[in-house]
Design a protein around this ligand. Sequence first.
Ligand SMILES: [Mg+2]
Length: 313
Amino acid sequence: MDLKNIFKFLFKGKKPIFQSAYIIINPAAGKQQIKWFLKSAKSFLNRLNIRYDYALTRAPRHATKLAQEAVKKKYDIIFAAGGDGTINEVINGIVDYGGILGIIPLGTVNILAMEMGIPLNPVRSLNILLEGQIETIDLGKSNNQYFVLMSACGIDSYTIYRVNLKLKKYIGPFAYIFAGLYSLFKYKPKKIIIDIDNHRIDEIGYYVVVENISAYGGKLKMTPYAQYNDGLLDVCIFKRYGLWDVFRYFIGIALAKHIEYPDVIYYQCKQIKMHSQENVLLHTDGELVGSLPVSISAVKKKLKILVPRPLNK
Ligand SMILES: [Mg+2]
């Protein structure tokens, strides 16, 4: 079937939800992939009579600026075409202006797309312009930075710090596994002092993950009880730091057994504050954003997002 016939088949007289769209593309997806995507997207959007424009990001945080401008220019929907890092940047540009987020999975890691049931084929993902609906979901705010997936500190931030970007270009998510193994032996754990909901709970840990959703990476569920519409953040605190303990945690997470460990503490909360005597790196949605101290809050029903089907979670 050629493109024209595929579209005819897909449309079946349906009308799009939006009249205009702005697409922000992370060029890390590769020239060939982007060329193929744009060609298909243009004919798809033209056929739907959707006014559109697009831009490629040129530097870190550029997507935030582009997204902010697009929402001020009154585009109905702003698409982030990239991975979770690009989505995070777009969210930070639109959310305080009431912009609506669309996702085109073109990145190395597409956890949010998987969580929302968005087709991982970038062209097919556009089809939700016909069949989708808008949902409003929670976000987290880590200091001044919004996140949709997670914010964490300890060994995984160090892993992100160690990821070789050239290697990531060639082997994708496996670059994180290599960096993770390296970190396992190289990272020197640092004590993190934790205050949950204004001292309702005080804890000490060496690795802390704060999640808005249950997924962590691939199919791993770090916080199995997390929901993105309950106004709460789910927290996993890993309390020990020996090499054997960290190895045990890795295995526990892989087998979804870690929350049964007596030295892994699980909480649900509205706010968590963390600090350390040492320099502990922090990430939000897989992008390094600085070091502790941090104050992280749940922000209920904050992000409008286009999803392909009702979210009954
Ligand atoms: Mg929640």
